[in-house]
Design a protein around this ligand. Sequence first.
Ligand SMILES: NC(=O)C1=CN([C@@H]2O[C@H](COP(=O)(O)OP(=O)(O)OC[C@H]3O[C@@H](n4cnc5c(N)ncnc54)[C@H](OP(=O)(O)O)[C@@H]3O)[C@@H](O)[C@H]2O)C=CC1
Ligand SMILES: CC(=O)N[C@@H](CCC(=O)OP(=O)(O)O)C(=O)O
Length: 349
Amino acid sequence: MGSKVRAAIVGSTGYGGVELIRLLASHPQVEVTSVISSSSAGTPIAEGYPHLTEIRTELLDGIESAAIRAKADVVFLAAPAGVASKLAPELLEIGLKIIDVSGDFRLKSPALYEEWYQKEPAGQAHLDRAVYGLAEVFGEESKGADLIANPGCYPTATLLGLIPAVAEGWIDPATIIIDAKSGVSGAGRGASLGTHYAEINENFKAYKVNKHQHIPEIEQVLSRVAGKPVTTTFTTHLVPMTRGIMSTMYASIRGERSDRDFIDLYRRYYEGRCFVRVRGEGVLPATKEVFGSNYCDIGFAVDRRTGRVTVVSVIDNLVKGAAGQAVQNLNLLMGWDEKLGLEFVPVYP
Ligand SMILES: NC(=O)C1=CN([C@@H]2O[C@H](COP(=O)(O)OP(=O)(O)OC[C@H]3O[C@@H](n4cnc5c(N)ncnc54)[C@H](OP(=O)(O)O)[C@@H]3O)[C@@H](O)[C@H]2O)C=CC1
Ligand SMILES: CC(=O)N[C@@H](CCC(=O)OP(=O)(O)O)C(=O)O
């Protein structure tokens, strides 16, 4: 396969960036040549992350496009929303390939981005150029792309759990309700009132109800799959755990379908896609069963009494919901086996 691809990570001092460092450390075809910080250039990353002692000994680089180009072929952008939209165009211009884990290139409509993120959107040309990297569904589009918008953590769990049933017309998209829960690392490393220990420990709360920035992302994809506009109710909750997302989804079934029917449909739909595991009859997945891994595990419970199905989908927000799917997208972009560097067993217990 020749020499390794050189990768730079912007936002390397955040949780998503540090997870990219962890995953790429054992990738057979990638070498991380630049870890970048907008605020701590010139210091070693192990200063803020002692678990990286003797693993990454170099000093953090600053953000300077030509310097990044000199060191890297591909750049992972793991910065807050509003950064990639400004940075990506000049990095693309000088020949870098980009995988952005923020929301800046996921929505095709600049007006929708402005409404939900309350930030200035990227230009339409770049939004059109970006490929939405939900690997198991649109992976073919990532091959040879130069700008990949990595899906959000909640949308990854949610869409993988809904798409086969929507695509086959087995559920009525107008009836979908999504009840999602996330561990606190989903909010990033920055300290905030809403996420500090005393606020979160032994607590469970809903947040951003009907205002979450992932609502238009989920609706954009469901509408594409359904072939007509879909709106949905999506409620997010913060759980006192470090990692993990569980999306519990409810919808009215069209026709007579059993748990077995859903299992067979999803297994057919995701055949050959090793990172989606569909559970057997009567078995629902839990977040710990995917902890630290790139898996998305899905289970079903059909309720004949109400005519509804409950779909439970779990991921690790930092792996399948961010860094792991970003590496999977690099693999697809490069035309490699999508599993490269990602074949590890979940950490249990
Ligand atoms: N946490 C998660 O589970 C997921 C996060 N995401 C998205 O990934 C991105 C990163 O999230 P996460 O790692 O959790 O966040 P963190 O807050 O942990 O880290 C973000 C990093 O971005 C860097 N940064 C801040 N401002 C700028 C800037 N102006 N230019 C360049 N870099 C900047 C900071 O590092 P420094 O000051 O050193 O530059 C910071 O460490 C976000 O867009 C987030 O929404 C997506 C899916 C899941
Ligand atoms: C627990 C928590 O706060 N999670 C974050 C997830 C943010 C995220 O992943 O951001 P993107 O918009 O880049 O996808 C949230 O709900 O906003």
